[in-house]
Design a protein around this ligand. Structure first.
Ligand code: F6R
Length: 254
């Protein structure tokens, strides 16, 4: 596990984007596992910037997103498909046929889960999986307590998540109750994993994930068992790790 330290969100975004861009340059048809949320926004902005400067080419890149709300169509502005279009795909030359996101409108859960697992397999697996981390240590929609061996599955959102999402919808009835998510097994089968974290709110989750016991209680803790993980985090996210004296000189990078 390599830990790359950044001063702030902007520097974290640039360092994480550097790792993704190295992957794209080394393997122009790489399969990228992508995430939504506030953490990767700066990473995507940086990649778009380098694309606009002519330094990056997405024309052969394949992308597989981590998750999608069940019941939301791709043109719903709260869907993850919409997020990805708005914040990355529409601004680079990735081909629409190379973009994969769980189909939130598929009612048949086993069908959608096996379809998505088959897609990941038929692409030859994920070369580099980008992850954010939830305050409770979740990755994708793999919430504390879920089995590590799951592949793509349908998650019942916690009451907390439903309440937190309510502000984005016209009525409580419109708030998604379920989501499709790739499982820990899919994530762990990626050849490389890049976890980005920013801000004090992530400090405890990051400490537990990287230095705590490996347990489904902290889903990201499984990453300790992966042999090719890059952690890119800013000072605030690393604050507890530093306070506990866990970060040794070997792990510290300029
Ligand atoms: C997003 C995802 C989530 C987020 C996590 C952190 O596709 O699967 O696991 O990565 O909730 O979210 P932010 O980055 O908004 O703090």
């Amino acid at each position: 596990m390599r830990i790359y330290q950044a001063k702030n969100y902007q520097e974290m975004s640039r360092k994480a984007a550097n790792i993704i861009s190295a992957q794209i340059i080394m393997k122009p048809d790489a399969v990228l596992g992508l995430a939504t949320g506030s953490t990767p926004l700066g990473v995507y902005r940086q990649l778009i910037d380098w694309y606009n400067k002519g330094d990056l080419d997405f024309s052969e890149i394949r992308s597989v997103n981590l998750d999608e709300y069940k019941g939301l169509a791709a043109d719903n502005d709260q869907s993850y498909a919409y997020f990805m279009q708005a914040n990355l795909f529409s601004q680079v030359n990735i081909r629409p046929e190379n973009i994969y996101i769980p189909n939130g409108m598929e009612e048949d859960i086993p069908l959608e889960c096996s379809r998505y697992n088959s897609i990941i397999r038929s692409l030859g697996g994920i070369d580099l999986q980008l992850l954010g981390i939830g305050n409770n240590g979740h990755i994708g929609f793999n919430e504390p307590g879920e089995a590590f061996e799951l592949e793509t599955h349908c998650v019942k959102l916690t009451e907390n998540t439903i309440q937190a999402n309510a502000r984005f919808f016209d009525s409580m009835d419109d708030v998604p109750r379920y989501a499709y998510s790739t499982g820990i097994k899919n994530i762990m089968q990626a050849r490389g994993i890049l976890l980005a974290a920013s801000g004090e709110a992530k400090a405890e989750a990051l400490y537990k994930a990287l230095y705590g016991p490996i347990s489904p209680a902290v889903p990201a803790s499984i990453l300790q068992l992966h042999n090719n993980v890059y952690i890119v985090a800013d000072e605030a996210a690393l604050s507890l790790i530093r306070e506990k004296g866990c970060l040794d000189a070997e792990e510290e990078r300029p």
